[in-house]
Design a protein around this ligand. Structure first.
Ligand SMILES: [Zn+2]
Length: 513
């Protein structure tokens, strides 16, 4: 059995299914490039058959990623599998990942199929997929709650049809480490051809055990692939967090004795990129990537750490990519320095026009803020006005007045497609007034579920404010993120960004797995 654990990242598929975390094609491309720099073995880029947007995103990622295998999810039917294979055509290396539910509950309530029908469909789907792709993964959805005898029959059959990876999802996060490890070990022992496939774990975090379960699946069950997401992004309590599971394997190699191919120095950058793109901020005490995860990096120098770092730290902050907030650019930095910095950060803008637009925004920011940090640059290119997408709503100008004892008032100019709109409103505060002004014209009727402000870099008031707004309308949820040294402006940008996402009505088929 191999000593290497394959890291399969599903931030762009399972992670993106988290309500409000949907990403545009360009955002997904940016994250895929960072995942490649992180050297993940497999990037699950999306679920090609679920929507045209997903299809295009998988296709675009397949066209640029060279080092990682690019994978698309597909339900166990010919149409889905053909769509996945079609989207993956341009990939250097690709994988089709097909799934069907095998638990009694899911088969009866969701699929309304008999076990015999599910068995047949799984077999035929893998056979069909193998005709289109040499690399085929099969997942029995809700696998952990399936009848072991039935699961053994299904898995033996799909391995015989040529499935190269067998993934055992704990779809609802119900597993316990020892039991999950034993479950996989038992399947592998009972299935005669189990050694013909790589075994994989896919754990959800509903009981906070996704990482522990994944590690048990590897150590006790003999799995050699872990499915995970950056920051543990995902529906409900999320998925197994890539940064935690990878650092556990690395830091406790003495126990696991296994290797991973990840370049851990890219972890923090990947975490920031995903957090800033989705608006799902990382809690300060989150393992590995939280702002307080290392006393060293958080600036709180405890006596013990100063005397000898290993008194309190089991990992080195720099090994996962923490660097003391370095000033990367300043007001006098030129276009070449800016462009080089973008490259170092792994941000590839598609055209010179985009570089120019981003540079103009950088100069504008540098005029208002003397020190520009890495996070500022990420926020800057994240701003929809410099990306290739033509957003429907764009902020043009905003002014607001607030004074003690007076009701704040805002006036705002923004574009809606080709039309320029002007609006005014008062409100409880300047942010409230600005958003009410926008709403008075847009009349989205959306309900605000979340409003949060964070400082992008240090805790200082000189840093840019990053605002996340989550809106809900007609059963859809969208997150918008906006950044600016002025938090009122950042709020207006975030509101318009969320409206843009609600506006771009992406209809897609839901997938679990
Ligand atoms: Zn999942």
């Amino acid at each position: 059995m191999s000593d290497k654990v394959i890291i399969f990242d599903t931030t762009l598929r399972d992670g993106e299914q988290s309500p409000g975390a949907s990403m545009t094609r360009d955002e997904k491309l940016r994250i895929a490039r960072q995942l490649e720099r992180l050297r993940v073995d497999v990037i699950e880029a999306g679920f090609a058959a679920s929507s045209n947007g997903d299809f295009e995103a998988v296709k675009a990622i397949a066209a640029v990623i060279k080092d990682s295998i690019v994978c698309s999810l597909a339900r166990a039917n010919d149409r889905d599998i053909s769509r996945a294979a079609e989207a993956l055509q341009g990939a250097a290396r690709s994988r089709v990942h097909t799934f069907i539910a095998t638990s009694p509950l899911h088969m009866e309530k969701k699929l309304r199929m008999t076990p015999e029908q599910v068995y047949e469909q799984a077999r035929l789907a893998v056979r069909f997929a193998r005709n289109l792709s040499a690399d085929v993964e099969f997942s029995p959805e809700d696998g952990y709650r399936s009848e072991p005898d039935f699961l053994c029959r299904v898995l033996e059959a799909v391995i015989a049809e040529g499935a190269t990876t067998i993934n055992i999802p704990d779809t609802v996060g119900y597993a316990i480490p020892e039991l999950y490890g034993a479950f996989i070990a038992d399947l592998r022992r009972r299935i005669p051809n189990s050694d013909k496939a790589v075994w994989s774990v896919h754990c959800h975090n509903d009981l906070g055990m996704a990482v522990a379960n994944s590690l048990a699946g590897v150590k006790l069950g003999g799995a050699r692939q872990i499915e995970c997401t950056i920051n543990g992004l995902g529906e409900r309590a999320g998925n197994c967090a890539l940064e935690e599971v990878v650092m556990a394997l690395k830091t406790r190699r003495d126990h696991f004795g296994l290797d991973v191919g990840i370049d851990t120095t890219q972890i923090v950058h990947a975490s920031r990129l995903v957090a800033q793109t989705t608006g799902f901020v990382v809690q300060p005490n989150k393992a590995v990537v939280g702002a307080n995860a290392f006393a060293h990096a958080s600036g709180i120098h405890q006596d013990g750490v100063l005397k000898a770092r290993d008194t309190y730290e089991i990992m080195r902050a720099e090994d996962v990519g923490w660097s003391a907030n370095k000033i990367v650019l300043g007001k006098l930095s030129g276009r070449n320095a800016f462009k080089q910095r973008l490259q170092e950060l792994g941000i590839a803008l598609d055209s010179e026009t985009e570089v120019n637009a981003a540079f103009a925004r950088f100069k504008e920011l540098a005029d208002r803020k003397s020190e520009i940090f890495e996070e500022d640059i990420i926020a800057l290119v994240m701003d929809e006005s410099v990306t290739t997408e033509h957003e429907h709503y764009r902020l043009l100008a905003l002014s607001q007045r607030s004074e003690t004892g007076e009701r704040p008032h805002a006036s705002i100019a923004f574009a809606a497609g080709e039309t320029e709109l002007h609006a005014e409103s008062d409100g409880n505060g300047p942010v409230d007034a600005s958003l009410k002004a926008i709403e008075s014209k847009v009349q989205s009727g959306a309900e605000m579920l979340l409003y949060s402000v964070n400082a992008i870099t240090s805790g200082s008031t000189e840093s840019q404010g990053e605002v996340t707004i989550r809106l809900q309308h007609a059963g859809r949820v969208a997150n918008g993120v906006g950044s600016d040294p002025d938090i009122v402006v950042a709020s207006a940008k975030a509101y318009l960004a969320a409206l843009n996402k609600l506006h771009s009505k992406i209809e897609r088929v839901p997938a679990q797995g």
